[in-house]
Design a protein around this ligand. Structure first.
Ligand code: ATP
Length: 236
């Protein structure tokens, strides 16, 4: 299996505070990989560094076999490294359809409308509300929209930062269902989640992050059965 994304000894600091202290992990083609860990472990910071939103202190990030360290977000999206940020970041004063079109801003092909229909196929709720302003949608609907918008960029690796955060239990179920669906369609996914149990149930492999370091890794099923993971992250 080809490695699409490789993070090697990544260090990221905010001023004097080391938030990520040498994290290494990789995501291979077709995989769903979950990165789990407590609040403040450095998961979001890691995603921001990968996507060019936070400067890399040390280490390297390889995407499709080449170092992309220091590249800007736009450049990375164009190459297929696309993030759905925590808090979603939809364009609140634009309609659903306009938001989806924004997701395709890096593209210059004739299949954009066909892809919007595909996104509507995954998220029928978005289709029903295609002309509604994004800002008037519920949290779960906005999460769907943010994921749909990211798919419009035709990601080679899709990075999802806490998609279940702040959603009702029914919406959480729905969002995890959709993540599984997107993965089944062949999109490679790195899923960052505090909901360790759900994230590992969906994943092929997982990494555990603690205080800025990757402390455990393995097949998701093995991590789910690991007594340390169960005690620390699955409430046992
Ligand atoms: P959460 O699930 O709560 O988002 P996380 O694992 O994603 O947690 P990060 O958000 O990456 O963790 O935070 C890692 C550390 O970096 C924390 O100690 C946090 O306080 C710190 N941090 C994050 N953003 C900033 C910032 N902009 N300025 C200073 N420190 C920050």
């Amino acid at each position: 299996m080809t490695t699409l994304l490789k993070v090697n000894g990544l260090k990221v600091a905010y001023g004097g505070i080391q938030a990520v202290k040498g994290a290494s992990f990789e995501v291979r083609e077709g995989e769903l990989v979950s990165l789990i860990g407590a609040n403040g472990a450095g998961k979001t910071t890691t995603l921001k560094a990968i996507t060019g939103l936070q400067p890399v202190g040390a280490g390297d990030i390889e995407f499709l076999g080449r170092s992309v360290k220091g590249q800007g977000s736009w450049e990375l999206v164009k190459q297929g490294l696309v993030m759905v940020p925590e808090g979603r970041g939809t364009f609140t004063r634009m309609s659903i359809t306009e938001n989806l079109l924004m997701g395709a801003f890096v593209r210059n092909d004739k299949e954009i409308n066909a892809d919007i229909e595909k996104v509507f196929g995954i998220f029928p709720r978005l289709k029903e509300r295609r002309n509604q302003l994004a800002g008037t949608m519920s949290g779960g609907e906005q999460q769907m929209l943010a994921m749909g918008r990211a798919l419009m960029a035709r990601p080679k690796v899709l990075l999802l930062d806490e998609p279940s955060m702040g959603l009702s239990p029914i919406m959480v179920d729905k969002i995890f269902e959709v993540v599984a669906d997107i993965a089944k369609q062949g999109v490679t996914i790195l899923l960052v989640e505090q909901n360790a149990s759900r994230a590992l149930q969906l994943a092929n492999r997982g990494y555990v992050m603690e205080s800025g370091e990757v402390t455990m890794s393995g097949e998701a099923a093995a991590l789910l059965n690991d007594p340390k993971v169960r005690a620390a992250y699955l409430g046992e």
